[in-house]
Design a protein around this ligand. Sequence first.
Ligand SMILES: CC(=O)N[C@H]1[C@@H](OP(=O)(O)OP(=O)(O)OC[C@H]2O[C@@H](n3ccc(=O)[nH]c3=O)[C@H](O)[C@@H]2O)O[C@H](CO)[C@@H](O)[C@@H]1O[C@H](C)C(=O)N[C@@H](C)C(=O)N[C@H](CCC(=O)O)C(=O)O
Ligand SMILES: Nc1ncnc2c1ncn2[C@@H]1O[C@H](COP(=O)(O)OP(=O)(O)OP(=O)(O)O)[C@@H](O)[C@H]1O
Length: 509
Amino acid sequence: MKLKHVLKNLPFESNLPKYLENLEIIGIADNSMEVADNFLFIAVKGIHTDGHDYIEEAIANGAAIIIGEKPMSYKTSIPYLQVDNSRKAVGQIAKNFYNNPAANKTMVGITGTNGKTTTSYLIKHLLENSGKTCTLIGTIENIINGEVFHSYNTTPSALVLQKILAESKDEVVIMEVSSHGLSQHRVEGIEFDYCLFTNLDHEHLDYHETMDNYFQTKLLLFDYLKKHGKAIVNSDNPWGEKLANILKMRRIPVYSIGKAPANQMQIRSFNNSTIEFSDNNDLIQMKSPIAGVHNMYNILMAYTCATLFGINKSAIMSSLSKFRGVNGRFEMFKHTNGATIIVDYAHTQDAVLHCLTTAKQFSANHITHIFGFRGDRDISKRKEMLTVSSILSDRYILTFDDLNSMSESAMTQQLNQLQTNYGNEKGRIITDRTLAIQWAMENSHAQDWILITGKGHEKYKQLFQLPTESDKETVLYVMEQNYRKHFQDDDALLSQGTMEDEDFEIYPN
Ligand SMILES: CC(=O)N[C@H]1[C@@H](OP(=O)(O)OP(=O)(O)OC[C@H]2O[C@@H](n3ccc(=O)[nH]c3=O)[C@H](O)[C@@H]2O)O[C@H](CO)[C@@H](O)[C@@H]1O[C@H](C)C(=O)N[C@@H](C)C(=O)N[C@H](CCC(=O)O)C(=O)O
Ligand SMILES: Nc1ncnc2c1ncn2[C@@H]1O[C@H](COP(=O)(O)OP(=O)(O)OP(=O)(O)O)[C@@H](O)[C@H]1O
């Protein structure tokens, strides 16, 4: 592609020297290591390092032109063009290079602290059941043209994102838009048809510092709405209510969900598995296909989005009844002893609150909550999460989550401190996550609930004692061990002639 096309809509588009206009660019990169002959390299000042320091390497790898945001202190052997903001330029350049691939798709962007992933799968399910093809971009995976790809970021870099859009032959793109993605301009160059806001809760303040900054960053998503684009907002969340008011002042059509009568989708009543709401004049009652108070909001967000796509209500209700849930999100297992075990991705106070409340609403006899905290991540939310758990659970176990660069001893010390300062007598520390789960399962009974939160679908980064790689695997492993033990004991009894066949409980059942 000719450079003049690659640089369309960038400030220097009109005053490019003639000899540069027709320069053939065969690839673009913001990482010097990915540069090859006739590439355009964009130097980005990052969080860990500065792409401007790799300009010479990019040139050595074959770059034909460099874009950067800093004045050059030396003369480069190839042209250097300066922009105000390199990260923004990456989005615009990638959009041009891939021929604006979002233009012929319906784009749905979902932001918020919790619920983005669940809502995105719900919307995909509803749209696909109505015959549309969907690309999904998010935390768990990217699904493009029906094929599943590993996801490295919730919201990929602008360059990767535009490439994905160019590869997608699907009609609709449903993507999670993280606050990191917004602050780093990863969706620059995209216009959304629908933008959704699920909620805002204490998270990522290591990055955004204050809740207000965090909110302002989330608000940026709505700058990317198309002229006639629509917003869907959960106004039961106080930040959502604030957002809805701001958007209305901007004359953006807002479809809000919440308990107040002013909402388009007014929630009349709900519990952990049923919801009653009014959609204009229709009163709708629904049994939820996924448990959890929080999921009632996710379902309603997805329902609203599907109606805006023109799908009729009965088709939506029928599809919803077939939804099978999301990997690692309030996933339920029935222990052989009758206890209920939940694996969930909750890693904020609000999410923990919703999970524990749901267990209570299901009349759990005794609730054990197993959780930890990620190393190198927002430490200020830890005491809030522990406080909620120590109030709502009957017993909690603090354990390891990903340590990242933190040492085991530093995290153990941190857990001890938290337990001393904000915990209570309900708590204990078992640092090995697999042993914590095993202990809780071995010490549970019928009607008890065990909630294991924080890791959800993710694999362990630490090595633990049991030979498992995720919470779900650990739960299944302990159940199997339990079953084998039971089976061996029963075998022994059978050989002594004291055991009846019908005494066996078959697992999995
Ligand atoms: C901390 C953070 O947000 N980092 C993101 C950021 O990278 P960075 O600024 O750290 O990059 P850097 O390493 O400083 O490098 C700066 C520049 O030098 C270039 N470089 C570097 C080395 C070299 O040899 N040559 C070279 O050219 C790099 O390609 C880059 O362009 O910009 C990259 C491109 O957009 C992101 O992929 C990267 O996400 C990292 C992998 C990450 O883990 N981010 C997390 C915090 C994140 O974004 N999470 C959210 C979800 C949060 C949530 O809700 O849970 C997400 O959307 O994934
Ligand atoms: N609407 C909601 N309100 C509060 N908590 C929620 C809501 N939806 C989900 N959660 C909680 O948040 C956890 C993460 O949910 P989900 O993955 O759908 O959100 P997310 O926004 O994609 O999260 P992340 O950005 O961390 O990937 C769930 O496991 C659940 O505990």
